[in-house]
Write a protein that binds this ligand. Structure first.
Ligand SMILES: [Zn+2]
Length: 359
């Protein structure tokens, strides 16, 4: 039970900071689910509502573009408007689901800084209209650039975002694998040090960003985007522990001062997930596993209703197939499967049934 009861709905600003603190104090983390459509988004909200668990909804730039529609000619506008549209959808419906919802955007590398800036501009507009930001937080992932550029740009954007009560997520060290064309290859032969965050870099980030506003750090401890064959990934959560310890010691802070984010959570060993949560991870991204869960029921559905995918009416007895090919039928099967997979994610992260929302 949390000591921080909140009104259900989107949480930003102080309520977001309290939710992060509640997760860390309670020893659990929230799943951050990548969504690309109102269907995947609603499936995530449904899973949270049914299990009485709080959730983070996030969109990558590609997910946002898909949300706006692949037919929109201007890719950049689609990435901006899709992200705005999804966030407005969540603001409209979240309270009815009865749980707390964080809205966030995923990886934005150097080329996507204008995307984040355009979203902050929409956030400022939303703030003027409602008194709160459109998004709880944005991620800026400049881990492929040098640390000076990474922290300089992160500080510049956090300074602007903090004025409308937003938080920022930065990345130090490179998450392996690839997501939406953003990310690094896992090259066994290459120097692997970038795949593991250096505690000294985390300290530098802490010192630079703490005076400006609320932030979280996606740290690399061998995690990769996507699911690979076992043995390919060596998770070393002690890297997170070492980063926390260095800051505790140098800055004389309380236990686990950093808000840490676990990218590439799909396919991870449960024991390593628990260990990472112990070291201050409050958010674990999940995309690949929920994509698979969403797509999986289709095969069986099509096999059981083959005729309905070939004809509008049964060629022999003339029975209409409408109720089988209606997209709501098979899309619903996908949503239910994705929601079931998220039930497992809440369980793994210890957040099952732990909503801080009180009507
Ligand atoms: Zn990631």
């Amino acid at each position: 039970m949390s000591s921080t009861p909140m009104r259900p709905g989107v949480v930003t600003g102080e309520r977001y900071r309290d939710l992060v603190a509640a997760a860390k104090d309670g020893g659990y983390a929230l799943p951050a689910v990548n969504v690309t459509s109102s269907s995947t988004l609603n499936a995530a909200l449904e899973a949270a509502a049914k299990t009485r668990s709080d959730i983070i909804i996030q969109l990558s730039n590609g997910g946002a573009q898909f949300y706006a529609g692949k037919g929109m000619e201007d890719d950049f506008q689609a990435k901006v408007l899709g992200a705005v549209s999804a966030a407005r959808h969540v603001h409209l419906v979240a309270e009815q689901y009865g749980i707390c919802v964080v809205i966030h955007t995923d990886h934005a590398n150097r080329a996507l800084i204008p995307w984040v800036e355009a979203l902050v501009e929409h956030g400022e507009q939303f703030y003027r209209e409602t008194g709160g930001p459109l998004y709880s937080s944005h991620m800026l992932d400049l881990s492929a650039d040098d640390i000076e550029f990474n922290l300089g740009e992160s500080a510049r954007l956090l300074d602007r975002m903090a004025k409308i009560d937003m938080s920022i997520e930065i990345e130090l060290g490179v998450t392996g694998g690839e997501e939406d064309g953003v990310g690094a290859d896992i090259d066994e032969s290459a120097d692997n040090s970038k795949l593991y965050t250096q505690p000294e870099d985390v300290l530098q980030a802490y010192e630079k960003l703490t005076p400006l506003g609320h932030f979280s750090v996606a740290a690399s401890f061998g995690n990769v985007h996507g699911v690979y064959k076992p043995g390919n990934v060596k998770l070393r959560p002690e890297i997170l522990k070492n980063s926390q310890a260095l800051i505790e010691q140098k800055q004389n802070t309380a236990h686990n001062p950093l808000n840490l984010v676990f990218h590439g959570g799909s396919g991870s060993e449960k024991a390593k997930i628990h260990e990472a949560v112990d070291y201050g991870v409050f958010k674990m991204n999940i995309d690949t596993d929920t994509q698979f869960a969403y797509s999986k029921p289709l095969k069986q559905y099509v096999e059981e209703n083959t005729g309905a995918f070939l004809h509008q009416i049964d060629p022999e007895d003339g029975t209409p197939y409408k109720k089988f090919y209606d997209p709501r039928k098979w899309v619903r099967a996908c949503e239910e499967s994705m929601a079931a997979r998220l039930h497992e994610a809440f369980e793994d992260l210890g957040s099952l049934g732990k909503t801080v929302a009180r009507a």
